[in-house]
Design a binder for this molecule. Structure first.
Ligand SMILES: *Cc1c(COP(=O)(O)O)cnc(C)c1O
Ligand code: SF4
Length: 346
């Protein structure tokens, strides 16, 4: 079975039940379908973590009142269409709204997959002009959609322009392509990445160990060898990676591949994504458990993006209490006992 992009292909693949078929067009109107060939094969042979993430379900049509069209309030911080400037020193540059695979929990699903062509060149030029004018901007985060959906030629245009802006020191990609479409990491792309004069970082969106196929790992090794600094960003998803065993396997594999675990996102309140969330308290507990059991290299930060555009916060169980000017109490990650410590100050 080849790549799946249409209602008909989904039907004939046997991945969705007869009860879902009548709703597929409606589901597609909220977020398009796209499942790469290698994932279709894996799902057909019973890969549950991939099925949960990429096969549409009627639960996507249930909207809860708390859920928002633009859950993290990007639109409030969009001075130029395609650019989000919420924090002073960095901007999100959304170079496309297309992706190599569509995640059913996508937090930007109100925009993603809707615009059939990449950003109009004119719009991108306006975003780059904005970046050039504001010398506070130190880092540009290429996102979308998935920036690696762009052709090498289009990417080169963006990277070349950014290279000419002296205050930009760091370029970061947020992408799922190296794992979902590993062939995208071509010799030509690697040459292009190597040619930029800026510090280059790539946050790989990967949520379950089954996304790390042999070909995906080879693509990641090639990026690593090309000198790209690799980070992970994962979404904590019900029935995909919500156990300490799966998270441990995933996070350890990241470190083994030279990827520093960066963020573990609690799913944003995007419409039709309720079935992907576990209680937030359980998420905090999962991370606390990992802290005591797994190498610190493997621990990502658990992140919540406060709805409405109020920014991201890190969540961790409180393990320190101040008792007086000099006395503190800490919870041991090993025994969970509270240990009192005096720090005399002068
Ligand atoms: C998440 C986000 C960033 C990146 O945040 P980091 O904490 O630096 O990874 C930048 N801009 C916006 C608008 C964001 O939502
Ligand atoms: S790759 Fe990112 S932007 Fe694209 S569908 Fe998945 S979560 Fe959304």
């Amino acid at each position: 079975m080849a790549i799946i992009r249409t209602v008909e292909q989904l039907q004939s693949s046997g991945l969705v039940g007869a009860d879902v078929v009548p709703y597929l067009s409606e589901i597609q109107s909220h977020l398009d379908f796209r499942i790469p060939e290698n994932y279709v094969r894996q799902i057909q042979t019973g890969d549950h973590a991939l099925a949960q993430q990429f096969v549409p379900s009627t639960q996507e049509l249930l909207f809860f009142p708390e859920e928002l069209e633009d859950p993290i309030g990007d639109e409030r911080f969009t001075p130029v269409e395609g650019l989000t400037h919420r924090y002073p020193d960095r901007v999100l540059l959304k170079v496309t709204y297309m992706c190599g695979v569509y995640c059913r929990f996508c937090f930007r699903r109100y925009k993603v997959s809707k615009q059939k062509q990449v950003h109009l060149e004119q719009q991108l030029v306006q975003c780059l002009d904005y970046i050039e004018r504001d010398a506070r901007i130190w880092e540009v985060i290429l996102t979308g959609g998935d920036p690696l959906i762009l052709s090498d030629k289009a990417l080169k245009g963006v990277l070349d322009r950014l290279s000419t802006i002296p205050h930009i020191k760091v370029i970061r990609f947020h992408t799922r392509m190296p794992s979902a479409v590993p062939e995208r990491v071509s010799d030509n792309l690697l040459e292009l990445l190597k040619s930029t004069s800026k510090s280059l970082w790539m946050a790989l969106h990967i949520n379950s160990p089954s996304e790390l196929s042999l070909t995906a790992e080879r693509a990641i090794a090639r990026l690593h060898a090309a000198g790209v600094h690799l980070l992970s960003q994962s979404v904590l998803l019900r029935n995909v990676n919500d156990t300490s065993e799966i998270l441990t396997a995933l996070l350890r594999r990241f470190v083994e591949l030279g990827i520093k675990p960066y963020y573990l996102h609690y799913p944003d309140l995007a419409q039709g994504t309720q079935h992907f969330r576990i209680p937030l308290a359980k998420a905090v507990e999962l991370i606390a458990q990992l802290r005591g059991e797994v190498s610190g290299l493997c621990i990502p930060q658990l992140m919540v993006d406060i709805p409405g555009g109020h920014g991201k916060v890190t969540l961790d169980r409180m393990r320190a209490r101040q008792l007086s000017d000099t006395a503190w109490e800490f919870e041991s990650p090993l025994t969970r006992q509270w240990i009192r410590v005096e720090y005399p100050c002068t």
